[in-house]
Design a protein around this ligand. Sequence first.
Ligand code: FAD
Ligand code: AMP
Length: 478
Amino acid sequence: MAEKFDVIVIGGGPGGYVAAIRAAQLGLKTACVEKWLNKDGKSVLGGTCLNVGCMPSKALLDSSHKYEDAKHTYDVHGINIKDVSMDVSTMLARKDQIVKNLTSGVATLFKANGVTWFEGVGKLLAGKKVEFTNHAGKSEVLEAENVILATGSVPVEIPPAPLTEGVIVDSTGALDFAEAPKRLGVIGAGVIGLELGSVWNRLGSEVTVLEAQDKFLHLVDQQVAKEAAKQFKKQNIDVRLGARVMGTEVKGKEVTVSFTDSEGEKTITFDKLIVAVGRRPYTENLLSGDCGVNLDERGFIFVNDRCATDAPGVYAIGDVVRGPMLAHKASEEGVMVAERIANHKAQVNYDCIPSVIYTHPEIAWVGKSEEELKASGDKYNVGSFPFAAIGRAMAANETAGFVKIIADAETDRILGASVIGPSAGDLVQQVVIAMEFGSSAEDLGMMVFSHPTLSEAVHEAALGVNGHAIHKANRKRK
Ligand code: FAD
Ligand code: AMP
């Protein structure tokens, strides 16, 4: 007889593994089917995020930032270091060790919570059955009361730039360059392109980013995008907007990219080219024809706002469904689905999901941008505050950027925030908390913030919404 579970999760990334752990915590007999094999051919959990996404990219961003800091900014503190150099192989080994620690940590959590891990491929059959095929090709059918699909996403490939061993790579390949390429091209000025371009730029690559859109960071507050463009220019990252890649020609160890921009057709030759044009939902061989789950027109698994698919008892979460492709969004959906299966009330507040770009300076935002509010015709007030006027930012030599908070003109309820500057991701999180509690800008302005901290920029921006900032001249209200 087929082994039966309360919950089977297919996919062990931050959506799936979190859903499995929460379901097990709630007393449900839970299994997770995960097929990932790492570089050593070993089965691992953690999905894109832990293996080739959030975590390895942040390890490289931190290493390369320390190197750049030591090389260019320590002297202002009076620290003189001669001959700073970077051993790329040590940096990559550190990154690989962090990945190992994190992925084995998830396996330990599975054991501790009693989640059964099926190492191999899962396929949803009709009637909440799951066909499991192990890495040796042996199949069996498992049964479940509930199935959670969490198969994530993979990089988009574009016909003009097919991946070519060692020369044209996707984000995964860009985590493992043995040395900084002299001339590095990046297609796509999105989050991943800017982060990985920054890593190798800091280590000495001449970086050119080709972006088809005319607007830089078109989804981000445009005041923030303008400041970001200024900072990247200072770092010699050459971002070409309105540049649509039409073709590539690989000759030996280099690649010539042809693209069109407002001036016509152009070519540039690079030693490596990263294709970072986005990710697409991954559902290959996941669904049997009669399983009852449908896809939307863009290939995502169709779900409602509680992540239920069209098949009763089958849910889908994370990158494989609509919404931002972010690890924390995937995890929160995983928790919500596990709790609802266990008859708890739970939901995800999709209006309050923060996004972070881990460049230097960091860029982070939540809620509505000024452009969105302008377009909708809603009335709002804005408060902003520059890090240049924050004592702690001066002490840290990190004065670029600002905090911007937007609130409803009538109710003063905070509608959104954007930060560019030091620890932007952590600072925007303070506004996320305020927004979750329905805070007004005045409420946030009345809270006590430690001095001296970077958070004081959040405090002053909140006060500034109603013209009460202390450490800068407030805009006159009409
Ligand atoms: P995934 O993490 O993609 O996991 C899906 C899992 O399902 C995989 O392990 C896969 O092997 C498994 N699977 C698929 N099909 C099957 C099957 N049929 N049977 C068994 N197993 C299967 N997000 C952030 O929030 N912050 C960041 O800083 C960040 N940085 C990123 C940097 C890079 C370079 C990249 C590529 C992504 C980054 N992301 C970041 C995005 C983040 O990694 C994803 O949003 C997140 O991993 C999505 O989680 P998921 O569980 O939905 O899917
Ligand atoms: P993201 O979806 O945030 O990862 O960003 C991917 C970026 O790649 C988007 O800003 C796209 O406009 C850009 N892009 C997609 N296709 C091309 C192309 N052929 N040439 C240049 N940029 C592209």
